[in-house]
Write a protein that binds this ligand. Structure first.
Ligand code: PHE
Length: 508
């Protein structure tokens, strides 16, 4: 670009980078977990997640896709980072504060997201070493008994011993008994590995540092030489690995049930909470509301068309989320497993259990965690670029200096997040750990607030000429549909999300 800020070398490079931003832990962890929760997969009469999935899809098309177009539009028209873009478009107004909120959000999300992203590296390593398959020897009989007693809510040592022996006596054959005990060991072992891992402050800080460093190295390479180049390598690899997993799971007996579970809509029990969660999930998953796509849009050449690019980005993100959910549910239903627990740990405790049941599961587990690591990296890169672009454009520092400054600062904010799982576990100034507080604050507050103002800015503040100049490809009907959503549907949906939050219908 003439202003020397760098630019995408190709349109596909932009689409891959933006899809790389969108596809992340939100798709691989949060989406399968939410469909599991709302679909009632645990009970045999589970209603299925079809209703929830459909609402997610509707949110993507009706709210998020129009908002994505709006965000990229601001970036290309403003030609700068979020603060600079708002300032260029409406100088001397308070609109640049919205951009500033985005930059702040980017830094904060990056600091806790990198902690979990770092876990994926350790898990690639664990999987490659075959640690998960050692559960047979590594778990003691006492541990199995304790787990059984906890699961069955049996209290007191004596009662636990007695009831557990009775349980064991209940099996007709030794093989049958051994099989069930082995299954319990498999449930216990990944949880123990996970607890040991997150319980180590040194390891948590080390992996956080490694992931921030990897992110910094990519971003330091610049737009086409770093971000575009790495996304061009990692995204096709990620898609190929996911395709391989989908094909592997498709031949399992539970594949059909997984499709049924995900796609057969049943609205009989759809709650307000589910609808609000679906909107929030679509938001986070598509990286909306904090200026990542705005910043990527600022490197987009004039002749590139925003509408089809946005459709491709949202389409890819949705496809990956559905494919990940299919892989997980296909395996769960084939072997009658449970996902167990709540929260971020699922990706690290449930996946090894799930894949240990499949032939070749060892390799699949390595593949899965590589996929998660790549997906996380392409997302952290987009978050760091928001902060770096701000420092370059507004504070006039070089890219290299901007990367070093922001990466160091983000690492330090990340430290208390990394320690939230061990030494700072009990430090809960606002009722939750530093990690949880930041996640709640960013996903439920900064992103929707940012999204709301982006919609209002594009829908009501920009002029008709400004909007249409950026969307020459839109026909009259499409344009009207888009504008209606940006003006009314998106802001109303976000306000509903907030009202839901305030009424306590949506929790973090
Ligand atoms: N969309 C990413 C994910 O699904 C997370 C993210 C949010 C990235 C906001 C950038 C900005 O994991």
């Amino acid at each position: 670009m003439a202003n020397g800020r760098g630019a995408w070398k190709s349109k596909i490079g932009f689409v891959l980078a933006a899809a790389g931003s969108a596809v992340g832990l939100g798709n691989l962890w949060k989406f399968p977990y939410l469909t599991y929760r709302f679909g009632g997969a645990e009970s045999s009469e589970g209603k299925g997640a079809g209703g929830f999935v459909l609402i997610c899809l509707i949110s993507v098309v009706a709210v998020c896709l129009p908002l994505m177009v709006a965000e990229i539009l601001i970036g290309r028209r403003g030609g700068r980072n979020p603060v600079g873009s708002f300032r260029t478009l409406r100088p001397g107004t308070l609109w640049s504060a919205v951009g500033f909120l985005g930059v702040l959000g980017g830094a904060l999300i990056l600091s806790y997201y990198s902690v979990v992203a770092g876990w994926t590296i350790e898990y690639v390593w664990k999987a490659a070493l075959g640690q998960f398959s050692e559960y047979g020897e590594k778990v003691s009989d006492e541990e199995v008994r304790e787990k059984w007693c906890t699961d069955n809510k049996v209290k007191g040592q004596a009662e636990c011993d007695a009831l557990f022996s009775k349980f064991l006596d209940g099996f007709a054959t030794t093989e049958e008994r051994e099989r069930v005990l082995l299954e319990k060991r498999l449930e216990i072992y990944p949880q123990r590995l996970f607890a040991e891992f997150v319980g180590s402050p040194g390891k948590q800080i080390l992996y956080l540092a490694v992931f921030v460093l990897l992110t910094a190295l990519v971003v330091a390479g610049g737009i086409s030489g770093g971000i575009e180049r790495w996304n061009r390598i990692l995204m096709p690899l990620l898609l190929a690995m996911l395709f391989f997993l989908v094909v592997s799971v498709a031949s399992l007996p539970g594949a059909g049930k997984a499709v049924d579970f995900l796609f057969r809509p049943d609205f009989s029990l759809l709650s307000v909470e589910e609808v609000l969660w679906a909107i929030g999930q679509a938001f986070f998953s598509l990286s909306l509301g904090m200026g990542a796509l705005l910043t990527y849009g600022s490197y987009l050449p004039r002749e590139a068309r925003i509408l089809p690019a946005s459709a491709a980005i949202a389409g890819l993100d949705t496809l990956v989320a559905l494919a990940a959910a299919f892989v997980i549910f296909g395996t769960i239903f084939s072997f009658g497993l449970k996902m167990g627990g709540q929260g971020i740990g699922n990706l690290f405790t449930a996946i090894p259990v799930i894949f240990m049941h499949v032939t070749g599961g060892h390799v699949l587990t390595v593949i899965f965690y590589c996929l998660a690591a790549f997906a996380a990296l392409t997302s952290t890169v987009s978050l760091l670029e928001v902060v770096v672009a701000y420092l370059i454009d507004e504070r006039k520092v070089t890219r290299k200096k901007a990367v070093i400054l922001s990466a160091v600062a983000i690492f330090f904010v990340g430290v208390p997040c990394a320690l939230s799982f061990n030494v700072l576990q009990g430090f809960r100034p606002l009722g939750t750990t530093v990690f949880e507080t930041l996640d709640y604050f960013c996903s439920n507050l900064i992103l929707p607030v940012g999204g709301f103002f982006i919609a209002v800015f594009v829908g009501w503040v920009l002029t008709q000429e400004e909007r249409t100049a950026e969307l020459p490809e839109a026909g009259a009907t499409l344009y009207r549909f888009w504008l209606f959503s940006v003006r009314f549907v998106a802001p109303v949906a976000i306000v509903a999300l907030f009202v839901g939050l305030l009424l306590g219908k949506v929790s973090g």
